[in-house]
Design a protein around this ligand. Structure first.
Ligand code: SF4
Length: 378
């Protein structure tokens, strides 16, 4: 079982909070598609014939590709790898790209899950983020996707925006519920260095909301989703029963994956590698039939243990002492001691004698808890 991630490195414009690698030079799109097909070919043995259960088009803005271009990539993947007939094939899409015609064409491709970057159902928040759509457009587009049978949908929302109120956030969550969508990814805003928001924060033009406001928005999110029977299965992800993102869940379960496109990461169980985030070099190397510039890291036992801790504590599954004893015996006693120190903090975590996991309150402060569980290499 393995996954494929394709990074589409283009956006129409940059959103003020985003530091994902992308270029606004759409004129390179055709050249990129040719290069991507060459990369696919060069890496067709990377997953060693494991069956592919997920394919994920992320970015950037994958919905800047036409339905035909998307299907060409899927066809190439299907002819180069053993793709399960029921594979989850996700496209990240922005509402402004989802015209009626686009949605109709998309419904004829193998895409069977769409993750829509809505971010907010409040128009002033959307302008503040430099998004190109408004709330009405987002709502219409979701309805249109459903009308052609694309029901396996997810929506991204952001909270904790500067000057945002609890009422703004409640409005977005209520609107999300009205759309009856099975999956939500909700992220607290972080101020990344090389973004407009990061610069504005540094210059004092904007100020973050207070910690108590952040906690109130997070608590509201958890409460509303719980009341509406969504499972909080990972720090930022909620789903109706059975509708979790298989692709992302595989990342947290140590599944191998191949990443294609600039800035995409790959993992084969022992080595983590990543293409450098540079479109020009990516294009020129693949044009010459060479692998694009990349870096790699051979994982030590400590790295693998830390990955286990950092990924599992993000999820409702948590860490499993029996598994640690089998897979990471060197770290078993230390981990047990750390769990013992926490096990009475029932607000932050739960422990049933084997499985240790964070509660919703624990998720909110997970960074500091995880830091205590990871091991430093000698
Ligand atoms: S949020 Fe999405 S659309 Fe906006 S800049 Fe980032 S990748 Fe592009």
């Amino acid at each position: 079982m393995a996954g494929i991630y394709i990074h589409i490195p283009f956006c129409q414009s940059k959103c003020y909070y985003c530091d994902f690698y992308s270029s606004v030079k759409l004129s390179h799109k055709k050249e990129f598609l040719n290069a991507l097909l060459v990369e696919l070919n060069l890496k067709k043995d990377f997953l060693k014939k494991q069956s592919i259960t997920t394919v994920y088009f992320g970015g950037g803005t994958p919905s800047l590709l036409s339905a035909g271009e998307i299907q060409t990539i899927i066809d190439k993947i299907q002819s180069s790898f053993q793709v399960d007939t029921n594979a989850e094939i996700t496209l990240e899409a922005n509402p402004e790209d989802l015209t009626d015609e686009y949605i109709k064409n998309l419904s004829t491709t193998a895409i069977n899950r769409v993750s829509v970057g809505i971010q907010s159902f409040n128009d002033s928040n959307l302008q503040q983020l430099n998004r190109r759509h408004d709330a009405e457009r987002a709502i219409e587009r979701i309805e249109r996707l459903k009308s052609v049978g694309l029901q396996n949908l997810s929506v991204d929302l952001i909270y904790g925006l500067p000057n945002s109120s609890l009422d703004d956030w409640k409005h977005s969550l209520r609107q999300f519920l009205k759309l009856n969508i099975p999956h939500l990814s909700a992220y607290h805003l972080t101020y990344e260095k090389n973004t407009v928001f990061g610069h504005r924060l540094k210059k004092g033009i904007i100020s973050p909301i207070t910690e108590s406001e952040s906690i109130a928005q997070y608590n509201l999110l958890c409460q509303i989703m719980r009341e509406n029977n969504y499972l909080h299965y990972e720090i930022s992800n909620f789903c109706r029963p059975g509708n979790f993102s298989i692709h992302n869940t595989n990342y947290w379960n140590d599944t191998h994956y191949l990443g294609l496109g600039p800035a995409a990461h790959s993992y084969d169980g022992n080595i983590r590698s990543w293409n450098k985030p540079n479109l020009q070099h990516y294009l020129s190397d693949l044009n010459d039939g060479k692998l694009p510039p990349h870096e790699k890291e051979i994982l030590t036992e400590t790295d693998k243990f830390n990955d286990y801790i950092l990924t599992r504590l993000r999820t409702e599954t948590g860490i499993n002492l029996n598994q640690i004893q089998t897979d990471f015996p060197v770290f078993f006693n230390k981990t047990k001691e750390k769990i013992n120190r926490y096990k009475n903090s029932t607000v932050l975590c739960s422990f049933d004698g084997n499985r240790f996991r964070l509660t919703e309150e624990g998720f909110f402060v997970s960074d500091s808890i995880m830091q205590e569980f990871v091991e430093i290499e000698d």
